[in-house]
Design a protein around this ligand. Sequence first.
Ligand SMILES: *Cc1c(COP(=O)(O)O)cnc(C)c1O
Length: 403
Amino acid sequence: MPTISSKQELLAVYGGTPVRKTLLPYGRQSIGEDDIQAVVDVLRSDWLTTGPKVGEFEEAFAAWVGAKYAVSFSSGTAALHGAAFAAGLEPGDEAITTPMTFAATANCVLYQGATPVFADVSADTLNLDPEQVAPRITSRTRAILPVDYAGHPAELDAILDVAARHGLVVIEDASHALGAEYRQRRVGSIAHMTVFSFHPVKHLATGEGGMVTTDRADYAESLRRFRNHGISSDARQRQADGQWHYEMVLLGFNYRLTDIACALGVSQLKKLEANLLRRREIAARYSMEFSGLEGVMPPAVRADVNPAWHLYPIRLNLEKLTADRRQVFRALRAENIGVNVHYIPVHRHPYYRDRFGYLGGEYPIAEDAYERLISLPMFHGMSDEDIADVVRALQKVIHHFAK
Ligand SMILES: *Cc1c(COP(=O)(O)O)cnc(C)c1O
C-alpha cells in the first residue's frame, strides 16, 4: 500500500517538481582521456582505415571473450549480415529468431534473401524459448539466432542441442551481452558465431562498430572476405602472383572497421571489467530497491548465468496499477528519468506486418511483455546520486498509480 506522504507528492507530469533537474539518459558511453589519446595517436599515424589497430583490436577481443577468431565490422548490423552470409543463408532458407529484439537481428536474414521465422520467448528472461524453436524447424531451416536480451545469456546449451540434432548454425546476437557469463563461460566463446555491437549505448563504444567471434577458421575466412568486397585475403598467393594481384571471389561489401575506431576499441576494452562491475552494482541496487515495490517486476536472473546488464528492463504489474505503460512512461520522463522501451516485437513493425501478414497475437509472451516493459537508465558512468534519482522517481510514480 502507498504511504500517505508519497501519495501527496505531486507528479511532475501534473505540474509537480521533477525528481531531477536534467534528463538522465537510459544509456551512454564513457570516454576518458586515454581513449581520446588513443584516437589522436592514430590520426597522427600513417593509417586511418585498415592498419595495425584492426588486428590488435581483433586479437585482444578474441582473447578477452575466449574465442579463436574475432573479425571486426563497421557496425553490429554489418557483423550480423556477415554472420548470416558465413552461415550459408540464402534464398529459400529459413532462420529462427526471437521477436523480442532490435529489428537488425531479423533483418540480416532478409539481407541474404532468406526468411526469418519467429519463435516466442520464455516468460522470465524474454529470451528465445528452445521449446518454441523445435516445432518451427523445417527442411528449409539453416540457422537459429538467439539474442541475449538485456545482457542475460540465452539458453545456449539447449539451443545448441537442437541445432546439432538438425545440422543448424547458431548465430548468437550478443549485442547486449559483452562480458556476460553462461555456465562459467564468457559469451562469445559458446555459439558457432557470436555477434557484438559497439554502438555508444553498448558496453564498449567505437562510434559505430561490430565484431563476430568464432572458433571456426572457415567462418573467420568467409567473414573477412565478406567485409572486404569478397576479396580473397590469401597473402601468400598474392606474393606468388605479384603484389598488384588480388581476386574477388564472392560478392562482398565494404564493411571494414577503421583503425581510428579500432584504437578506441583497444582502449575501451581495457576498461571493460570496471564497466561490467559497475553495471552489476547498479543492477543489484535496483533489484534490492524494487523487490518490495508492488506493481513492478524486476528482471529475472537464472541460476547459471552472470548477465552483462546492457539494459535494466522492468515489467509493470498492470493488474496492480491504475495506469498503463504509456502513462507510467510519460510520468517517469517528466521526472527527468530517460526511460525507454525495448522492444516493440519485430513482427509488429509495419514492414514485417505487411510483408509477412502478421496480425498480432502470434507470439503472446513477447507481446504481453511489450505492453509492460520499461528500460530504466543503465550505464557504467551513472553516479550513486543518479541511481538514487531513478529509485525515487520510480517509487514516486508507482505509488501514485498504485491501486
Ligand atoms: C545494437 C543492436 C544491434 C545492432 O547494432 P549496431 O551496431 O547499431 O548496428 C543488433 N542487435 C541488437 C539486439 C542490438 O541491441
